[in-house]
Design a protein around this ligand. Structure first.
Ligand code: PMP
Length: 365
């Protein structure tokens, strides 16, 4: 059947979400510790939950095709014009659309060696070619295996249409500063579009964001999601911010009604509940520090993280540790697909989940 696909899609592997969580939930039950998908263990804002229920009377109707209320709320929060916004069924959908719209056969797309896996899939699906710039070395003091923006700038050539950056990056958890990004943007030809994927931006200390550079860079696209800090992964809502002219072009491929009514209402309510957001962020920071300390004190190399997960190098024991964790009902994320077969990615859970993870790890020692 592979040959029935258009050439760009032949041989392409589908996005691999890791373990079959539904099967694991069935096997282990509610005691399963799910640390494989960077979900938010503390749950959504009560206001968002109420907003979902409030939509039940409306599910026989199509949702607002433009998501006007949510866009207005986002525009107000971030000081943007509504025309600078497009909504996605998760930010994953938007990341796919950028390649579909801006890169085709003969074009190149640049990303970092350990950049988020969707960039390669989006590029290949569009028929374009990915150039992966080497990451910073594992020995780098603050950003081991992180994005090397100099190497990325060097990889940009005359055929480059699009650059995908993740800040912070999944799976490394590393973060580069806004000054580094500003320097990078100054170096790039203005016709090359730069996507800054900020799925984990809320977790970054100091709250720096590429959104602040939009006014001076009409080639910049910033994506965000409600799946992580806002704890709405199951409802699939993301958004992108860019120059209104760029947004209008991306709109051409957007499915009508791509974000459902519950997602729209819940995201808007979650945006208004700043207290719940801050509470979750504070708990994540506390638990992340405890978990990183606990792992380092056991001798493991933990990549510094500005996110809700940790990339941990278990070296030659990685496969055995993964199997042992699974045996004990703890789900980590394998990294073989990223060429990081000596690491596992561990989502920061709540206190109890993290303890169960560490206990399972100690039982394997
Ligand atoms: N970008 C990054 C860096 C991610 O890690 C993820 C989710 N794992 C996404 C985008 C997509 O998230 P969503 O589609 O839920 O918005």
């Amino acid at each position: 059947f592979d040959r029935l696909a258009v050439p760009a899609l032949q041989g392409l592997r589908a996005y691999d979400p890791g373990h079959d969580l539904v099967a694991w939930r069935r096997r282990v039950g509610p005691s399963l510790v799910e640390l494989g998908s960077n979900e938010n263990p503390w749950g959504a804002s009560p206001a968002a939950r109420a907003a979902v229920l409030d939509q039940l009377h409306a599910i026989h109707r199509y949702p607002d095709p433009l998501g006007g209320d949510l866009k207005r709320a986002l525009a107000q929060k971030h000081g943007l014009a509504v025309e600078q916004l497009i909504l996605g069924n998760g930010s994953h959908e938007l990341l796919m659309q950028f390649a579909q719209v801006f890169a085709g056969p003969g074009d190149e797309v640049v990303a970092s060696q350990y950049g988020f896996a969707v960039y390669a899939i989006a590029t290949q699906a569009a028929g374009a070619t990915l150039r992966a710039a080497p990451a910073l070395p594992r020995e780098h003091a603050t950003m081991p295996r992180g994005h090397d923006l100099d190497a990325i700038a060097e990889a940009v050539g005359p055929r480059t249409k699009l650059v995908y950056l993740a800040n912070p990056n999944n799976p490394t958890g590393t973060h580069f500063t806004i000054d580094t990004l500003a320097n990078f943007l100054r170096k790039l030809p203005p016709e090359v579009l730069v996507v800054v994927d900020e799925a984990y931006a809320e977790f970054v200390e100091g709250g720096e964001s590429a959104l602040s550079l939009l006014a001076h860079h009409p080639n910049l696209i910033v994506t965000r999601t409600f799946s992580k800090a806002y704890a709405l992964a199951g409802l699939r809502v993301g958004f992108a911010v860019a120059h209104p002219g760029l947004i209008a072009v991306i709109e051409r491929v957007r499915e009508s009604f791509n974000v459902n009514c519950m997602g729209l209402a819940a995201a808007e309510a979650a945006l208004g509940d700043v207290e719940h957001l801050q509470w979750g962020l504070a708990r994540n920071a506390e638990e992340r520090a405890r978990l990183a300390d606990a792992l380092r004190s056991r001798g493991w190399f933990v990549h510094p993280s500005q996110t809700n997960f940790l990339l941990v190098e278990f070296g030659a024991r990685t496969a055995a540790i993964e199997a042992g964790l699974l045996d004990r009902g703890v789900i980590p994320r394998p990294m073989i697909g990223y060429g990081l077969g000596d690491c596992l990615r561990i989502t920061v859970g709540d206190r109890n989940e993290n303890r169960r993870f560490l206990d399972a790890l100690d039982a394997l020692a």
